[in-house]
Ligand binder design. Structure first.
Ligand code: F0G
Length: 460
């Protein structure tokens, strides 16, 4: 049978009720949360698109694995299953398990970055940049300019600008750049992929200068899917084959397993060089846990090993995953809502600067729009704009990113097409009266990673 549309390659065995609230209840909940969706109770949320991180539904096969997880402190059988899964799917020899992605970023930054070093990357991720700076490094954005333009239809907006990278190398010297941090399917750019050709060229340039290439492979499967769809020569390859090739152009990777890997907690640092892995394990035992569990329980590692195999087991999985995101994105595009285009892999990103031109950038348009969408509909998104970008360490001024976005991230295998319809309707309704949304000001601003716990009030 030839198929024109995709469908989920699974049926639903367990359900979790969700609660619709009244507008009055949501007004109170938003105020009590300081207009920050990170501070809300999930019970007050109807459709939760805060993040695709740790929110996946596991399969029956993964749940079965939870029962037979080996909880030995040292040498757990589940750890060795995980080592094999990472080796088979990603191709790395050395596995350093961690409690989640930022645990791996912490260890990697500490073993490689010295005070005064530079770490280039294709746009930043919040925790990644935090750990690079915390280790004494300076992050330098070397993504292509198109990534900062919501309307650009470039098929690979995650690409590295090789001229920007070359200029940095010329300026500071390769010996001041321990590694480049290359994110697959760049989160902050709107879930945008990089091409295989660009990754390969980046790897070659870096290796000429003795610079390691470390992937943030958190959403590499989604990137592999886009390569299959968009890059010449890849249509006949499986996502599993493309994944292996992506990783072949790297010296290691940090992964938050809470995304692609289909589990609720976990992560890892994977490496090729056994000496580097030895240095990583030395820190691991102090910060995460013994080298055969990191911060995970045996059952976590068992479910993770199975999730890693499942995410590339058939291409139908990622087809349906990205297909659902595109379904929501297309509905909004059709209604004229300004979103990041092309539609990304893990969520739809509303262009708050265009939607709310009356709110000045220092009154946090994306934060305000996120709160307003919640109050209108009970749909919870996340600010990805000036609040997330934080302040410049030197001047103390806000970083003003070109992208001022509300992210509606879609959990994997959790919501139905009808939930996507309701979400699209909520956004479209809100945009009938954008002038009703007012700017926000801080009532509490944490020093670092402020977006997680900041509190706001409407500007009078
Ligand atoms: N790298 C990327 C690209 C991420 O998106 C995240 C987390 C991390 C690293 C850190 O991993 O959360 O397991 O410690 N992103 C989540 C999100 C928080 O909502 O996008 P973690």
């Amino acid at each position: 049978m030839s198929r024109h549309s995709w469908a989920e390659p699974y049926k639903i065995k367990v359900v979790e009720p969700i609660r619709m609230t009244t507008r009055e209840e949501r007004v109170v909940a938003a105020r009590e949360a300081g207009y920050n969706t990170f501070l809300m109770r999930s019970e007050d949320v109807y459709i939760d698109l805060l993040t695709d991180s740790g929110t996946s539904a596991m399969s029956d096969y993964q749940w079965a694995g939870m029962m037979i997880g080996d909880e030995a402190y040292a040498g757990s059988r589940s750890f060795y299953n995980l080592v094999e899964a990472v080796h088979d799917v990603y191709g790395y020899e050395e596995l350093v398990p961690t409690h989640q992605g930022r645990g791996a970023e912490h260890i990697l930054s500490q073993i490689l970055i010295k005070d005064g070093d530079y770490v280039p990357g294709n746009m930043y991720f919040t925790t990644t940049r935090f750990h690079q700076e915390h280790a004494g490094g300076t992050f330098v954005d070397v993504i292509i300019d198109e990534a900062h333009d919501p309307a650009s239809l470039h098929p690979f907006k995650g690409n590295i600008d090789l001229d920007k990278l070359q200029r940095l190398i010329d300026e500071v010297g390769g010996d001041k750049i321990p590694y480049i941090s290359v994110e697959t399917n760049v989160n902050m750019a709107g879930g945008q992929p990089m091409s295989m050709a660009n990754l390969k060229a980046t790897y070659e340039l870096c290796h000429q200068h003795g610079i390691l290439v470390m992937l943030d492979a958190t959403r590499a499967v989604e990137n592999a899917w886009f390569i299959k769809q968009r890059e010449a020569g890849y249509n006949d390859k499986t996502v599993a084959e493309i994944m292996r090739e992506i990783c072949s152009y790297s010296d290691g990777a940090t992964v938050s397993s809470k995304k692609d890997n289909l589990v609720n907690i976990g992560g890892f640092l994977a490496l090729r060089d056994p000496e580097l892995a030895k240095a990583a394990r030395a820190l691991l035992v102090a910060f995460e846990g013994l080298h055969t569990y990191g911060g995970m329980s045996g059952r976590d590692m068992e479910a993770l090993a199975r999730g890693i195999r499942e995410m590339v087991g058939t291409d139908d999985h990622v087809h349906a995953r990205v297909g659902q995101v595109e379904y929501l994105g297309d509905a909004l595009i059709k209604a004229g809502v300004p979103i990041i285009r092309p539609v990304g892999g893990h969520g739809v990103f509303l262009d708050a600067k265009t939607i709310l031109p009356h709110i000045p950038h220092d009154q946090f348009p994306a934060q305000a729009l996120t709160a307003a969408l919640y109050i209108e509909s009970g749909v919870r998104g996340m600010e990805r704009g000036v609040v997330s970008a934080g302040r410049d360490k030197g001047t103390g001024d806000h970083h003003y990113p070109k992208l001022e976005l509300v992210r509606l991230a879609i959990p994997r295998r959790v919501y139905t097409q009808a939930h996507m319809d309701v979400t699209a309707e909520a956004v479209i309704d809100l945009l009938q009266h954008p002038e009703s949304v007012t700017g926000l000001q801080f009532t509490y601003e944490p020093e670092s990673l402020r977006f997680f716990q900041a509190r706001f009030e409407p500007v009078a």
